[in-house]
Design a protein around this ligand. Structure first.
Ligand SMILES: NC(=O)c1ccc[n+]([C@@H]2O[C@H](COP(=O)([O-])OP(=O)(O)OC[C@H]3O[C@@H](n4cnc5c(N)ncnc54)[C@H](OP(=O)(O)O)[C@@H]3O)[C@@H](O)[C@H]2O)c1
Length: 314
């Protein structure tokens, strides 16, 4: 099939291009930073420069390519640090998830593209009550932390419009496997503490496993929502020391919740103490997907090493 991968130059895009090609797909890979054409070509895709926030350009690109499927993996988190207010960090990503998704869906409709798969996110979104591990049918947080309202709304918007259009939204776990990512850098520098009792639960996914599930989703009819996470949602107090160890860093610091509230703000404290994990049972059952790294316990150790300096990662 001819697959138009939007965001082929990114962390997951780079894992996805070779896996799509191995599956026999022809990949047209979009990038947004002008220098990235060579990277996309070297990965095995035909590169196309595209700004998802330019609806006219999106329409033209999709009509030109006439793909059998569109995969939307465009986000804009690289480079900038994480702000205390998540909505500030995610402002551009939120636009890509709302306006960008709208432009792609409109173009897909006009060009008669039968399949649409888009990146969504599982951690920190499910209601912070009841069981610690949530399925796709469980309610999302009705009152997200103040600084993350727009980010949560953008993800909910993407989930809704993609599935209403008959597509598939993949709620990935926290990505790992990219040693240049900002979380790894912060943990490597002991800037990511265990807050309070560290009982908030996170679901993780190795980038290669996220890409493998995405390839399988292209063979599946929508509409559907899938949590693409590993088998072991875990509290911060368990996964963070293992991540630090895998990075060759010193163990994480501990910060009482009241101190953390002053330094990193209430939103981070809520996430650290109340967040819920996600179940991958539906994706395993319906997509026939089996993660190569069923737990971050093996995955962190197998795929991460000492953190690269900022310049080398950029
Ligand atoms: N995705 C998440 O929710 C998330 C959450 C937390 C942490 N992280 C981590 O943060 C790091 C950076 O991740 P990222 O999510 O920003 O991905 P990324 O690796 O920077 O990939 C984003 C992709 O979207 C493209 N893109 C950006 N702006 C675009 C636009 N206006 N129009 C079309 N395409 C556009 C980029 O193209 P160019 O590269 O060519 O500009 C790139 O191909 C990774 O290590 C990741 O694991 C991700």
């Amino acid at each position: 099939m001819r697959v138009m991968l939007v965001g082929a130059s990114g962390a997951i895009g780079a894992r996805l291009v070779p896996q799509l090609a191995d599956r026999g797909h022809e990949v047209i890979g979009t990038f947004a930073s002008p220098g990235n054409a060579g990277r996309v070509r070297a990965l095995g895709a035909q590169p196309v420069l595209l700004d998802l926030l330019d609806p006219g350009a999106v329409r033209q690109a999709v009509l030109d390519v006439r793909p059998g499927a569109i995969v939307h993996q465009a986000t804009a988190l690289a480079g900038g640090g994480f702000s205390r207010k998540l909505d500030r960090t995610f402002a551009q990503t939120n636009r890509l998830r709302t306006e960008g998704t709208d432009a792609l869906l409109a173009a897909a409709r006009e060009a008669g593209v039968p399949r649409f798969v888009a990146q969504s996110f599982a951690p920190y979104r499910y209601a912070r009550e009841g069981g610690l591990v949530k399925t796709e049918d469980d309610p999302l947080d009705p009152a997200p932390p103040a600084g993350a309202k727009e980010t949560n709304a953008a993800m909910a918007y993407l989930d809704r419009v993609v599935t209403e259009a008959g597509g598939i939204a993949l709620r990935y776990g926290g990505f790992y496997g990219d040693p240049g990512d900002q979380l790894a850098r912060a943990v490597g520098k002991r800037q990511f503490p265990i807050i309070g009792h560290g009982e908030g639960v996170t679901s993780w996914i190795h980038l290669d496993d996220a890409a493998a599930a995405t390839v399988l989703a292209l063979d599946h009819d929508g509409p559907a929502l899938y949590n693409i996470v590993d088998d072991e949602p875990a509290p911060t107090r368990e996964w963070l020391p293992v991540l630090a160890d895998a990075l060759g860093a010193k163990p994480p610091r501990h910060l009482p919740a009241w101190v953390a509230r002053l330094i990193v703000g209430e939103d981070a404290v809520l996430a650290a103490s109340q967040s819920r994990g996600a179940s991958n049972a539906r994706a395993r059952r319906e997509l026939g997907w089996t993660p190569r790294y069923p737990s971050w316990r093996q995955g962190f150790a197998a795929s991460l090493g000492p953190v690269r300096p900022l310049t080398a990662a950029a």
